[in-house]
Design a binder for this molecule. Structure first.
Ligand code: MN3
Length: 205
C-alpha cells in the first residue's frame, strides 16, 4: 500500500494571518505532497514497500540510503508539524507537559527561549523539536530532513519547520517573527500533552 499525503487537520486559511492559506497551499500541496510522491516512487518494488513510515525512516537512517530517508523523514516530519499547530493554539501549556517544562527548563519562558534559539540558530534548512528522552524533556535542532525519531529512547513531542518554504511568503527573511508567532499563537499544547502521555505509556508498558 502506498504512502498517502495526510489531510491538513484544519482548513487552509485556518492559521491566517500567522501562516497564510497561500503558504499552506504550497507547503502542504506541493512540498509535502512531493516528498510523499518521491517516497512512493523510491520504495516501489523494494523490500521497503509495505513497511510503516517509521520503519522506513529507521531502516534507511541505519543503512544510509539518504535518497529514501530524506523523503520518508520529510513526509513524517511534515505530518507531525501540521499537528503541532492549531487555529486556537499557543498560550501556556496545559496538563502534564506544563509540569515537566517547569521541572526540566525551569520555567515556560526558559523553554520558549531555548526552543526559539534552536529554530533561529539552525543554519539553513531544518527543524526545532521538543522531545522526551527517558522521561526528560529536551530541545533539539535537526538539519534538512533529520528527525529525532531515529534516536534511541527519544519521543518527539512538538516540531517547528524552519525551512524557508515554511515562512518566506509570510515573513520573508524574518525567521524570528515566524518563530514568535509559532510559539505564542500556534502550538497545539493538547497534541504535545497527548504525545507525552503516549510516550509515558509506551515506557511503562
Ligand atoms: Mn517544510
Amino acid at each position: 500500500m502506498a504512502f498517502e499525503l495526510p489531510d491538513l487537520p484544519y482548513e487552509r486559511d485556518a492559521l491566517a494571518p500567522l501562516i497564510s492559506a497561500r503558504t499552506l497551499d504550497f507547503h502542504h500541496g506541493k512540498h509535502h505532497k512531493g516528498y510523499v510522491d518521491k517516497l512512493n516512487k523510491a520504495v516501489d518494488g523494494t523490500e521497503l514497500a509495505g513497511k510503516s513510515l517509521e520503519d522506513v525512516i529507521r531502516a534507511t537512517s541505519a543503512s544510509g540510503d539518504m535518497s529514501v530517508f530524506n523523503n520518508a523523514a520529510q513526509a513524517w516530519n511534515h505530518a507531525f508539524y501540521w499537528r503541532s499547530m492549531a487555529p486556537d493554539g499557543g498560550g501556556a501549556p496545559r496538563g502534564a507537559v506544563a509540569k515537566l517544562i517547569d521541572r526540566d527548563f525551569g520555567s515556560f519562558a526558559a523553554f520558549k527561549t531555548a526552543f526559539a534559539n534552536a529554530g533561529a540558530t539552525q543554519f539553513g534548512s531544518g527543524w526545532a523539536w521538543l522531545v522526551a528522552k527517558n522521561g526528560k524533556l529536551e530541545v533539539r535542532q535537526t538539519a534538512n530532513a533529520e528527525t529525532p525519531l531515529t534516536e534511541a529512547g527519544v519521543t518527539p513531542l512538538l516540531t517547528m519547520d524552519v525551512w524557508e518554504h515554511a515562512y518566506y511568503l509570510d515573513y520573508q527573511n524574518k525567521r524570528p517573527d515566524y518563530i514568535a508567532a509559532f510559539l505564542d499563537e500556534l502550538v497545539d499544547w493538547d497534541f504535545v500533552d497527548a504525545n507525552l502521555t503516549a510516550a509515558a505509556e509506551a515506557t511503562a508498558g
